[in-house]
Design a protein around this ligand. Structure first.
Ligand SMILES: [Zn+2]
Length: 225
């Protein structure tokens, strides 16, 4: 992805690096406290694997490829929306899971355990908005223009909204009989194999993240139109 984005231009590479470096720095912030709060719930925490990287940067890289072969302002709006959605989502998760009080499901408002997909806090959502705004500022800095900057803000907000809604509804939910707890893990931290409780079996966090990024791209494009 780095090679494709660099070939498309330094601006693409700078935005890609901004997302991954900021995500990495935020994940280091109070890492131990976050891990203790969410390790029972989330499927993956900490190190980003290849699927996670593709889910978060794949749509952006596809836009970079489009720009490489067929340059147009269209790709800038698409790319800005996609990378802003992924950045907003990551920032919201890293900061939101540190909030002391339990988050609420975006769909029902029910308080749930920190780390539950689709759960939101005001602090986390504000952090997400800040992430989208950072991407917007960078797009201005690299000369992508005001339209791409607004595409980043609008696409970032829409993408993280879709991420939360899809996380609460479509994403695979498991249940640990032994602990009596909801989780995303197929094998719980206690060692028990969990059973399906809701959502679609093939929809994990990576699928939801890719959907969020795609939403950001589409909304960015609609903003351009
Ligand atoms: Zn358990």
């Amino acid at each position: 992805m780095g090679v494709v984005c660099t070939a498309a231009g330094w601006s693409w590479a700078i935005l890609l690096v901004t997302m991954f470096v900021s995500a990495n720095l935020l994940s280091r912030y109070h890492r131990a406290a976050r891990a203790a709060r969410i390790e029972d719930v989330v499927e993956k925490s900490g190190a980003r694997d290849a699927w996670q990287v593709i889910a978060n940067g794949g749509v952006f890289t596809a836009a970079a490829m489009g720009s490489l072969f067929h340059p147009s302002p269209l790709w800038l709006a698409v790319g800005a929306g996609a990378i802003a959605a992924s950045t907003a989502d990551t920032w919201a998760t890293e900061i939101g899971t540190l909030v002391a009080h339990p988050p609420r499901l975006i769909t029902t408002g029910t308080p749930v355990a920190a780390g539950t997909s689709g759960a939101v806090t005001w602090v986390g959502s504000s952090a997400g908005l800040a992430g989208a705004i950072l991407i917007a500022i960078i797009t201005v800095f690299v000369g992508w223009g005001a339209t791409a900057a607004w595409a980043a803000v609008v696409g970032g907000v829409a993408g993280s909204l879709v991420d939360s809604i899809a996380g609460a509804t479509l994403q695979r939910q498991q249940w640990c009989e032994r602990c009596g707890k909801a989780t995303e893990r197929l094998v719980h931290s206690c060692g028990t194999t969990t059973r399906p409780q809701g959502g679609l079996g093939w929809v994990d966090n990576d699928v939801v993240n890719a959907l969020s990024s795609l939403t950001g791209a589409v909304i960015g494009l609609m903003w351009l139109w």
